[in-house]
Design a protein around this ligand. Structure first.
Ligand code: DX5
Ligand code: ZN
Length: 225
């Protein structure tokens, strides 16, 4: 099933609740929440209190993408704030297995993220532990960047590995997802589409979500034919 997870990073933070709700009305079934620490990535975003406030305005699962060092220290606070999925970067976690188990122990779905330069085979040992694998199709830190096409091959590989090993993780993609790239992304096998600027920087988030999902589902249907 194709799902749209708008990244609130590109929303208008003065009307965060309204923007999030509008995207959900347009068909988004997950909200992607980007957490940056100014160390692992060269940017800063929000912390648990903002997430807890946003939690009050919508029921959809929150997909918390941690782009931070020392994730273990912050996982309990994000779980407490009401997020449902938490993903951590392979590159940022020295004890990745422990961190993924920690996420699950707080009642959240664990995900692992790979940067554009990180090969998929580095995840071999943790794939049975995760609910989703997030393939970065830009270098993390900012919205509005150009899609890096080598991500498509990584999505295809993950899809093959999942089949060969009989695993169940979902495949998510983040960065540069918009109308021009979405069909190739879906054809490669991605199921959860994170999109920030495509949803929040072109007029109505409701309309934009609806349009992007329509293109994505059309490509998914072609893939099944
Ligand atoms: C980038 C973030 C993304 C970002 C995507 O580090 O992880 O979620 O918001 O933005 P777009 O869709 O504009 O590339
Ligand atoms: Zn993200």
């Amino acid at each position: 099933m194709i799902e749209l997870a708008p990244s609130i990073l590109s929303a208008d933070f003065a009307r965060l609740g309204e923007d999030a709700q509008a995207a959900v009305e347009g068909g988004a079934t997950v909200l992607h929440v980007d957490i940056m620490d100014g160390h692992f990535v060269p940017n800063l975003t929000i912390g648990p209190p903002v997430v807890a406030s946003l939690r009050k305005v919508t029921q959809v699962p929150f997909d918390c993408h941690l782009m931070i060092e020392r994730a273990d220290k912050f996982i309990p606070a994000f779980a407490e704030a009401g997020v449902n999925w938490i993903s951590v970067h392979q590159e940022a976690c020295v004890h990745l297995d422990r961190t993924l188990r920690l996420i699950a122990s707080h009642g959240c779905k664990a995900g692992v993220v790979v940067n554009p330069a990180t090969p998929v085979h580095t995840l071999d040992e943790v794939l049975p532990l995760v609910h989703h694998v997030l393939v970065m199709s830009v270098n993390p830190g900012f919205g509005g960047q150009t899609f890096i096409h080598s991500a498509l091959k990584k999505i295809e590989s993950l899809s093959q590995i999942r089949r060969a090993r009989g695993l169940n993780f979902r495949i998510e993609v983040d960065g540069g997802v918009h109308y021009e790239t979405v069909a190739d992304i879906v054809r490669a096998g991605a199921e959860i589409l994170v999109a920030g600027s495509a949803i929040f920087e072109h007029g109505s988030p409701r309309e934009s979500a609806c349009k992007l999902l329509r293109s994505a589902r059309a490509a998914a249907n072609e893939r099944l034919l």
